[in-house]
Design a protein around this ligand. Structure first.
Ligand code: AMP
Length: 284
């Protein structure tokens, strides 16, 4: 089966991109186990840029749980086959941990202005410091003109937008819409671990978001939250971690919606031990 030859070292990737016009280089950072959500980002970047670098790197500093890191899906061979289709428009960067971190595998400390304190940040302490650290390292190596990120990870998107401002990167951040399975479940590398039964139960995650989007017209926030909690927790193998309606810039949970404002409904659910997240725009 023909496959892509990935580039492992910083030196080699820098060499390969040196002659590309700086205004035409896209970066799609991923942790591999590629699905159609990732491919939609790569599609957009290859349309908009002469060359795209896609990185496949499972970043240890964003995991606060060793078991989660150990069991993170790895489908490198299939990933490389999927990436064949992009031909010369794509370079695949698969650095080792040592290449990215040297001997000190630690996250830096960014001032994330509290954006890391709610939701994912609360449930996964230090997660976003790890994300910010690896993104900064990749940005230093690749220096792309545009970086493509999924709205699926909304809190991550807002945090990377913040550090872009703080560090005054010239890179444009392109937010790409969430790609879903036909039943509405947001695509995720973790979905391959779902049994058929869990997959069916997990449809209620997106349904709950659609409910919240509609219910904002008539229901107070605390009742919407109560209903979402009940819907998820009544399923035998699902457990709600959080559901919040937040102000999109500050990610602060709101208790009362203001007419004319847009918010984000954000949810995290455990389907047995598999953690699934999703979000939706909510306009009042
Ligand atoms: P990950 O490999 O999970 O770190 O994701 C790499 C990038 O793909 C991130 O910018 C994600 O937000 C994005 N992504 C993941 N799942 C989806 C999806 N279902 N639709 C669109 N983008 C996604």
């Amino acid at each position: 089966m023909p496959t892509v030859h990935p580039i492992v070292t910083k030196k080699k990737i820098r060499f390969e991109i040196q002659n590309i016009s700086p205004s035409s280089l896209g970066l799609v950072p991923t942790m591999g186990a590629l699905h159609k959500g990732h491919l939609s980002l790569i599609d957009q970047s290859t349309i908009e840029n002469e060359l795209t670098v896609v990185s496949l790197f499972v970043n240890p500093t964003q995991f606060n749980n060793d078991e989660d890191l150990k069991h993170y899906p790895n489908t490198m061979d299939q990933d490389l086959i999927k990436l064949m289709a992009y031909g010369k428009k794509l370079l695949v960067f698969t650095p080792t941990t040592n290449e990215i971190y040297g001997s000190g595998i630690t996250a830096k400390k960014f001032d994330l202005m509290g954006l890391d304190q709610s939701m994912e940040g609360k449930s996964r302490p230090n997660h976003f410091q790890g994300v910010a650290t690896v993104i900064q390292i990749l940005m230093d190596i690749i220096q792309p003109n545009k970086m493509y990120l999924g709205e699926k990870d909304f809190q991550q998107l807002q945090i990377i937008r913040l550090i872009k401002q703080q560090l005054q990167w010239n890179t444009k951040i392109i937010a790409c819409p969430t790609i879903r399975e036909s039943n509405g479940l947001a695509m995720s590398s973790r979905n391959i671990k779902l049994s058929q039964d869990l997959r069916i139960q997990s449809q209620s995650i997106y349904r709950s978001l659609l409910y919240a989007k509609k219910a904002i017209e008539t229901c107070p926030i605390h009742l919407i939250k109560r209903e979402v909690t009940k819907t998820i927790n009544q399923l035998p193998n699902l457990k709600l971690d959080y559901f919040e309606i937040v102000e999109p810039k500050t990610l602060t949970p709101i208790s009362k919606a203001q007419k004319g404002q847009s918010y984000r409904g954000c949810i995290a659910v455990y389907a047995r031990h598999i953690r699934l997240i999703d979000n939706i725009e909510i306009h009042y």
